[in-house]
Design a protein around this ligand. Structure first.
Ligand SMILES: Nc1nc2c(ncn2[C@@H]2O[C@H](COP(=O)(O)OP(=O)(O)OP(=O)(O)O)[C@@H](O)[C@H]2O)c(=O)[nH]1
Ligand SMILES: [Mg+2]
Length: 235
């Protein structure tokens, strides 16, 4: 019989006050996609970490960061754990049900075709956004257009956190050690492209969160644009 190698896939979900959303998300993932799930929680006041640990699922790891805060740092922590544990591929996705797990098999299949970074993309044919206010759409589309132009990215969606990394791509992403907020997504794309790794996109329909609060503040948006200029000047 042919020796079929089973790949180890991890899914990293950063959380801050998402106990209801992430519980539902994990149950949906477990119905359709076998993987180890690693939640990196920044000691959420709503007890996300405690609630998840009480589920007692054997494919779920919960990493609670007691003192550190920030989306970029949380994802980096997850990637670092997954890399050390020899995962072949790692998916990152948001906890708030904006990223539908039905796309997981498509992301994985594309990565298996030889791509190091595959983005779940809102901005290619077949992709889209449901229920976002106009202001949010303009900011996201504007940020992506600017990044594409300034950094010459072939990707249409550079800011989506729904993506799958190969081990080579994780290695590059882990170099983004000063990108602690939302800028982590563009730092990783920047480095992965600079390392000449292969990138691709699969279309996703992104749904706005229905429960819980957004953590994207005006301060984060300004910090993101400053970081984009910093990347541009560092080419
Ligand atoms: N661990 C950790 N997770 C975070 C932090 N900030 C955001 N997240 C998580 O990162 C994901 C994306 O954050 P969101 O608040 O949904 O950001 P967004 O998708 O840009 O904004 P909305 O969809 O409008 O809420 C969610 O799973 C959050 O819980 C943080 O500081 N630490
Ligand atoms: Mg969200």
């Amino acid at each position: 019989m042919a020796d079929v190698q089973v790949k180890k896939v991890g899914i990293i979900i950063p959380t801050y006050n998402e106990k209801d959303n992430v519980t539902k998300l994990i149950s949906e993932i477990n119905k359709i996609f076998p993987a180890t799930i690693l939640v990196v929680d920044d000691n959420s006041p709503d007890g996300t970490g405690r609630v998840l640990k009480s589920l007692g699922l054997n494919n779920l790891m919960v990493e609670v960061r007691e003192t550190e805060k920030g989306l970029g740092g949380a994802i980096r922590k997850g990637l670092s754990i997954a890399y050390d544990r020899d995962f072949d591929y790692v998916v990152t996705m948001d906890a708030d049900l904006s990223h539908d797990p039905i796309y997981l098999p498509k992301l994985y299949k594309k990565a298996e075709e030889g791509y190091d970074l595959v983005i779940g993309s809102r901005y290619i044919k077949g992709g889209g956004i449901q229920n976002w206010p106009l202001k949010r759409k303009i900011i996201s589309k504007g940020a992506n257009t600017l990044f594409r132009l300034l950094l010459r990215s072939p990707l249409h969606d550079n800011t989506s956190n729904y993506r799958i990394y190969s081990r080579s791509a994780i290695k590059e992403a882990l170099q983004c050690d000063s990108a602690n907020g939302y800028e982590f997504q563009i730092c990783t794309v920047f480095r992965i492209l600079r390392a000449n790794l292969r990138v691709s996109e699969v279309p996703i329909i992104f749904k706005d969160r229905e429960v819980g609060k957004s953590k994207l503040s005006n301060r984060e948006i300004i910090q993101w644009f400053k970081y984009l200029i910093k990347l541009y000047l560092s080419r």
